[in-house]
Design a protein around this ligand. Sequence first.
Ligand SMILES: Cc1ncc(COP(=O)(O)O)c(C=O)c1O
Length: 397
Amino acid sequence: MTSMFDQKIDRRNTHSMKWDEMESRYGISSDDGLPMWVADMDFRPPQAVNDMLARAAEHGINGYYGNDAPFKDAVISWMKRHHQFEVKPDWISTVPGVVAGYSMAIQAFSQEGDGVLVFSPVYHAFGRAIRDNKRRLVESQLVERDGAYYMDFDNLAKQVDERTKILLLCSPHNPGGRVWTTDELTQICEFCLERDILIISDEIHHDLILDGSKHVVTATLSEAIAERTVTFTSASKTFNLAGFATAACIISNTELRRQYGAVTAANGVHSTPLGSNSTTEAYNHGDAWLEEVCSYIAANQELLIEGLEAAIPGAKVMRMASTYLQWVDFKNVDLPFDEIVSRIQKQAKIAVNVGSTFGKGGETFLRFNLACPKSTVEEAIKRLESVFADLRVQSTV
Ligand SMILES: Cc1ncc(COP(=O)(O)O)c(C=O)c1O
C-alpha cells in the first residue's frame, strides 16, 4: 500500500540541520548519506498548515503576534480530545521550544548547585540544560527488562538528597520509547511530593503512540500532583514543525505560574504568528494525518527490527511504543563499539546518534530516526547487510 509519506522530498540546501549539517557533524555527504539522527521528520505536515503558510506568504507581513485565543483554544481542544487533560486558557503560555521552556523552568524553580533528577539514558538536551544552568545532574539509570526500560525505585532513592529540587521527566521516554503507565507515574510523582521535588514533565512525544498504549498526562494523576507539575508540550514532534520553535507550557498552580512567568518575562519570551498559527492549524485539522504517520512509523519499526537484527548478529532493537527514535543495542555484537560506529557512519554513511550522549546506560546504543520514507529504511538495511556481511559469515560457520 502506498502512503503520502513514501514520497522522497529533497531537503538538501534548505537549511535543514538534519541534511545540511550531516557533512560538518558526521563527515557524511548529503548526496549519498542517510540522515537518521536529529529528531525531525522527512514528511510534510498536514495540508492545512501549508495552506496557512501560503496565505501568510501571500499577505507578506510578519509583524508581532497578538490575540492568542485561537492558539489556546486549539491547545485546549487537543489536550481534551487526545489526552483527557482539561486545561484552562490562563494555564497556557508559549515558549520558543520545549528545551528553552524547561531550561527557564529550571532557573525559576532551583538555585545554582541544586540537583535535577533524570532517568538516564535520556534525551541529551536534558543533561545539557541542567549543566548549562549550573545545576547538578542527578541520574537514576533505567533498567532494561524484557526489552523495555523501567524505573528503578531502589536506585532512585539512593540518588536524591535534600538539594534535589526538580525531576525532569521525559514522558513518553526518549530514547527507548516507553509510555509510562499510570502506576509508574504515580509512584514517581508521589516519591517527588514526599521530598518536595518539583516535577517538570516533558511530554513532547505524547501524540506519537505506535502500539495502542495510553499516554497518561502527569498532571492528570491527581490534584496534588497537578499542583506540583509543570508540563511542556508542542506540536513540533507530532506534526514536524520544530523549525517554528513553538511550544506550550501548562501550569495550573498560580504561584508556580507566577514564578515561571517572571523568568520568561525577564528573557523577553514572545510567540510568533507562524509558530502559533501552524500549531493551531495542525491541532485543528491534523487528526487523520497523525493516525497515518503513527502507522507509517510503526511499519518502519517492523522493517528495521527484522532487517537490522538479521543484518548484524547480536544487535537488539528496543521496541518503541512511542516516538520515532529507535534505540538499538550493540552490546552483544562481536566487534568493538567504535568499529561498529565507524562501519555504520563511515562505510554505510548512515548518520545516527551515539548512545553515550544520552547519559548513563547509553554507551552501547545508537539511535535511528525512523520518520523517513520506507525506502530510506530499506536502503539503510541494505547498507548494514553489506558492511556487516563478515559477521554473518562467522555466525553461520
Ligand atoms: C524529549 C524531547 N524534548 C524536547 C525536544 C526538543 O524540543 P524543542 O525543539 O521544542 O526544544 C526533543 C527533541 O528531540 C525531545 O526528544
